[in-house]
Design a protein around this ligand. Structure first.
Ligand code: PLP
Length: 421
């Protein structure tokens, strides 16, 4: 099946006489008849649900759908995209370890890594994604545990050079973690291009309707954790009476270790209700992503021609620095997000934001409605001006998330707002 079919058909599979639509199992607990059976669940000898902090059938339907779309071996639905990134790092690194990231990460991820996780003793370096493989290699240390990048950077919109970055990672025995939020598995499947672990903020296009904050951590099952760099995977874990993850779980070592230790201990799990709504949203992901991409390309071309617009950044534009990478890794569409600057700088950009009527000012991207914001004074305002620039946020940058409304109405709205500048 292609992804457009998988997003509808994968995940929940009703048996004879069961509901056709994936049901909401709003229960924390599961009833068993036999004490030994529950002991086997705790010992991980039997598969099944015991407590919804660790797993739940409705969350499972969403996990299975996205695992199948991404081509992985398992996933965990988390309470947010932030908690998916947190679990990805903590499953590989502890105090004294090091992670090499691309410098154009989403501002919240940058804060999580550079401030909060640094306080816990994990070191991070942030390298320009346009650096050569040789330059990236210089950052790798003995204690490096992973590399981390975004398929499409938020909001720099650089497309990740998967071949370059995954080659550096694998040459050094490191897994590559990729945030695939802006692309979704319909437009890009990072495991096909060398990524080993994927995180998603399902809050964005996977839900698509701005109803639920959520995240997903997905495992490709391809990375070899027995290569000597990851003793936590290959030596007995005292918190699980001596379990050795690579021996017990094979290709699912990464994702099951994350579930039975980190999700158990930290509890940043997705609520069943959010999984229920997100799963319904995910069913239309393919048609939505095709339309978002088509609308965004038309808007980007319109802005590029507009006399009041200073610059436009959209990876689907031929003029764009990431155009070649977008053709290679996003051949079916470059998603719905555009950044642009209006002549007159930040004040002129804010005037557009204040004068649109159909588009709305919200702190969000990736839902069916068109909206926009000013990252320097909003999402990225906690970053220093230098860190903002490293993340690709200039003072005049307006971020536009193009929705799936009629394209003529979106263009009319922008035309009217620009006329007022
Ligand atoms: N990754 C990217 C690319 C994002 O844009 C966001 C949020 O904007 C996140 C991760 C964090 O996700 P959440 O807001 O669901 O915690």
């Amino acid at each position: 099946m292609r992804t457009a079919t998988k997003c509808i058909q994968s995940g929940y599979k009703p048996k004879n006489g069961e509901p056709r639509v994936a049901p909401l199992i709003q229960s924390t607990t599961y009833k068993y008849d036999d004490a030994d059976m529950v002991a086997d669940l705790f010992d991980l000898k039997a598969a099944g649900h015991m407590y919804s902090r660790i797993s739940n059938p409705t969350c499972g339907y969403l996990e299975e759908k996205i695992t199948d779309m991404e081509g992985g071996v398992g996933a965990i639905a988390t309470s947010s995209g932030q908690s998916a990134s947190l679990l990805a790092i903590l499953n590989l690194a502890s105090a004294g370890d090091h992670i090499l990231c691309m410098s154009n990460l989403y501002g919240g991820t940058f804060n999580l890594f550079d401030i909060t996780l640094r306080k816990l003793g994990i070191e991070f370096d942030f390298v320009d994604p346009n650096a050569t493989a040789e330059e990236m290699q210089k950052y790798i240390k003995k204690n490096t545990k992973a590399m981390f990048g975004e398929t499409i950077g938020n909001p720099s919109l650089d497309v990740l050079d998967f071949e370059k970055v995954s080659t550096v990672a694998h040459k050094n025995g490191l897994p590559l973690i990729v945030d695939n939020t802006f692309a979704t598995p319909h437009l890009c499947r990072p495991f096909e291009h060398g990524a080993d672990i994927i995180i998603h903020s399902t809050t964005k296009y996977i839900d698509g309707h701005a109803t639920c904050v959520g995240g997903l951590l997905v495992d490709s099952g391809k990375f070899d954790y027995t290569n000597g760099r990851f003793p936590e995977f290959t030596t007995p874990d005292a918190s699980y009476h001596g379990l050795v993850y690579t021996e017990a779980f094979g290709k699912q070592a990464f994702i099951l270790k994350a579930r039975v230790t980190l999700l158990r201990d930290m509890g940043c799990t997705m609520s069943p209700f959010n999984a229920y709504l997100t799963n319904i949203g995910a069913e239309t992901m393919a048609v939505r992503m095709d339309r978002h991409s088509e609308n965004a390309l038309t808007v980007a071309k319109f802005l590029e021609e507009h006399p009041k617009v200073a610059w436009v950044n959209y990876p689907g534009l031929k003029s764009n620095a990431s155009y070649e990478l977008a053709q290679k890794y996003l051949p079916n569409g470059a998603s719905g997000i555009i950044t642009f600057g209006v002549k007159g700088g930040a004040a002129a950009g804010k005037a557009v934001i204040n004068n649109v009527k159909l588009a709305t000012l919200v702190v969000h991207v990736g839902d069916i409605r068109t909206h926009l914001l000013h990252p320097a004074s909003m999402t990225h305002r906690q970053l220093s001006p230098e860190d903002q620039l490293k993340a690709g946020v200039t003072p005049d940058l307006v971020r536009l998330s193009v929705g799936i409304e009629d394209i003529n109405d979106i263009i009319t709205d922008l035309t009217n707002a620009l006329a007022k500048v």
